[in-house]
Design a binder for this molecule. Structure first.
Ligand code: SF4
Length: 279
């Protein structure tokens, strides 16, 4: 069995926290560049240019792209032939602490949801761990701002509402979000599973490449149609109007119960950040 140390996990998570906050993923950069080229409404096109300049400066100066450096969401795929020597969850949280404290990133986490005292180091992280085949550890750090997270929604549709119900719910979510999630948005859509499973699915959909599509042509077409519907709302960049409300939408699906049709929309923004390393 292969072995890695908890210290290696900490070091990797710390680096990923900093990098994710400074560097936009290439597919998000490309989607922003394309939107900039294709946006016909001048105020919206100007705004997209400003947002791209902001991301360029962040990369050059090693500064966060946005002041909301997010709650650290960590996806860990742990190979079942791998032994991690030490406390894994503690190592991840120590990495978040170092990444945010040493990287001078904003600390946005309160230790209790109602009494609301800041923990001072952006811990604890949200940690999703899966056991997979192999002897590697794949770590993805996805800092999530709450301007967009707060606009996310979940609904347990009835099976009879079907695909039209999904379209209506996604469009309604975009309309209700308006300018709050700092559009242009990125939307992760989960369909199927159960109540808690569909929310995680929607979050995972935000990690998928914006230049790709669902492997099932039925859902690939639905991704295209939902993206068009989102852009037809006319909210535009930062709510200035125009046709660029959403630069990417991805769907993930799961089998579900005969009596239900769960759907979740995880709303994200033009600063949709994630960074992956394999140990
Ligand atoms: S929604 Fe995105 S761009 Fe707006 S404040 Fe939050 S992280 Fe920053």
């Amino acid at each position: 069995m292969r072995e890695i140390t908890a210290a290696a996990v900490t070091e990797t998570v710390a680096a990923l926290c900093t990098e994710a906050n400074v560097l936009l993923p290439p597919d998000v950069e490309e989607a922003m560049a394309r939107a900039c080229r294709e946006e016909p409404w001048k105020p919206a096109a100007d705004l997209l240019r400003i947002l791209r300049d902001n991301a360029d400066i962040a990369r050059r100066e090693r500064m966060p792209i946005c002041q909301d450096t997010g709650m650290a969401v960590i996806f860990a795929d742990v190979g079942q032939e791998l032994h991690i020597a030490g406390d894994f969850a503690a190592a991840v949280n120590e990495g978040v602490r170092r990444g945010y404290v040493d990287g001078l990133l904003r600390k946005s986490v309160v230790g209790d949801p109602l009494r609301r005292v800041n923990t001072g180091d952006n811990t604890p992280a949200i940690l999703h761990t899966r056991l997979v085949s192999g002897d590697r550890l794949t770590l993805t750090v996805a800092p999530k701002g709450f301007g967009s997270e707060n606009m996310s929604r979940l609904k347990m549709l009835t099976p009879a509402q079907g695909v039209q119900g999904v379209k209506d719910f996604v469009t309604e979510t975009v309309r209700l979000a308006g300018a709050n999630p700092c559009p242009p948005m990125v939307l992760g859509v989960g369909i199927g599973g159960d109540f808690e499973g569909v929310a995680e699915l929607a979050k995972r959909a935000l990690m998928l490449p914006l230049d790709g599509h669902h492997e099932d042509p039925f859902y690939a077409d639905l991704e295209r149609e939902l993206l068009e519907l989102a852009n037809a709302t006319g909210i535009g960049p930062q709510g200035f109007g125009g046709r660029t409300t959403c630069i990417g939408l991805r769907i993930l699906t799961l089998p579900t119960h005969i009596a239900g049709l769960p759907v979740a929309v995880n709303v994200s923004c033009h600063v949709t950040r994630h960074r992956t390393a394999v140990l």
